[in-house]
Design a protein around this ligand. Structure first.
Ligand code: AQP
Length: 331
């Protein structure tokens, strides 16, 4: 059995980037009988950026419903909220003492987010990767499916695990990152050199998985491309068109090469409409399932509670193993 672990922050909206780069792959991985899947809402991570309490609460349940609506099945996978499993915070503290300030200072996301939130460069923002390492290591994880933006955090998780193992013996399983073949980086529709981000202030740059069909079509029609007319996959020189091709490849279930071939002779405008329609169709069943689930709060609460109990059971064993290795007295 392979243990698969991943998490998503319940902040803002779930974007098409999150859907294609993350949660849709989670669903696929869950259907492999050789995988034990554990998926979390990383709500503790969200407060590294200031959140309004009422938004965080609403988003947490919304994201929980979104995960189930994608097809993540609570009878096969563990789905829980990070703040319901206190072992995450405890392990993060312990791992802090095996992580160097210089390492955290070099993290690209820390530098980017410090620049974006210069009025609130809190310790948590810097410590984000250590909490993420705790998340992953608590479950003896083999594989962590993530987009490219998180690869550096997987590397530091491995470094911390190896460092602890070098001191104390085999405490942690050393995980591997897993990057999907296509769609690991979906770019902004307005600035195709930057990733599509939940926190982008320009709504036209981001497709929300809950956008209405006409809104999705409008955003794709306005997508920034280039002044050329030939449809070709060339991320360096044609970032906008390449992004549209990557999205189309995923939604039509083809390789990028096959997708480019099938678009021969199309005009940019035709490509935008085709991508928009394909995304609308992909999201249609998901959106109607979400509409059903978000009105079933009691059901969501029971699922989240059961998920947290199962997660906590596993997490406690790993935490106890590490505490004993360090030399803490047993209770
Ligand atoms: N654009 C993307 N393309 C592919 N994968 C992506 N992921 C995020 N954006 C893209 C993957 O989604 C998972 C959850 O990541 P997150 O909760 O950290 O989401 P985020 O959108 O990156 O949210 P932030 O940190 O709130 O956003 P910004 O960037 O707006 O500051 C991860 O597996 C991630 O790789």
């Amino acid at each position: 059995m392979k243990t698969i672990y991943s998490a998503i922050q319940p902040s803002g909206i779930m974007t098409l980037g999150n859907y294609i780069g993350a949660v849709n792959n989670w669903r696929a991985m869950q259907s492999d009988a050789g995988n034990k899947c554990i998926f979390a809402l990383a709500d503790l991570h969200t407060i590294t950026v200031r959140q309004r309490p009422e938004d965080l609460l609403k988003n947490s349940w919304s994201f929980y419903a979104l995960l189930l609506a994608v097809g993540i099945d609570v009878s096969k996978s563990i789905v829980y909220m990070q703040s319901h499993v206190h072992q995450h915070s405890e392990l993060a503290w312990l791992l802090n003492c095996y992580t160097y300030v210089g390492e955290m200072n070099r993290m690209t996301q820390f530098k980017d987010k410090s620049a974006k939130h210069s009025d609130n460069i809190n310790m948590g923002l810097m410590d984000y990767p250590v909490l993420m390492a705790a998340d992953i290591l608590l479950y003896d994880t083999d594989l962590v499916p993530v987009g490219y933006d998180q690869l550096q955090h997987i590397e530091i998780t491995r470094d911390i695990a190896l460092r602890v193992n070098n001191i104390y013996g085999d405490v942690f399983k050393v995980p591997e990152g897993f990057i999907p073949k296509v769609g690991a980086k979906i770019m902004s529709l307005q600035d195709p050199e930057s990733k599509m981000s939940k926190s982008d202030p320009n709504p036209n740059a981001v497709i929300s998985c809950l956008d209405a069909p006409e809104v999705i079509m409008k955003k794709f029609k306005r997508a920034v491309t280039d002044s050329d007319t030939v449809i070709a996959y060339d991320p360096d020189n044609k970032a906008g068109i390449s992004n549209l091709l990557r999205i189309l490849a995923v939604t039509e279930g083809k390789s990028v090469e096959e997708t480019v071939k099938s678009c021969e002779g199309l005009r940019y405008g035709d490509l935008k409409v085709r991508v928009g329609e394909s995304v609308v169709e992909m999201l249609r069943p998901f959106q109607s399932e979400y509409a059903r689930l978000i009105n079933s709060m009691d059901y969501l609460a029971v699922c989240a509670k059961e998920g947290a109990l199962k997660a906590s059971d596993i997490a406690e064993k790993t935490l106890a193993r590490f505490k004993s290795a360090i030399g803490f007295a047993a209770k």
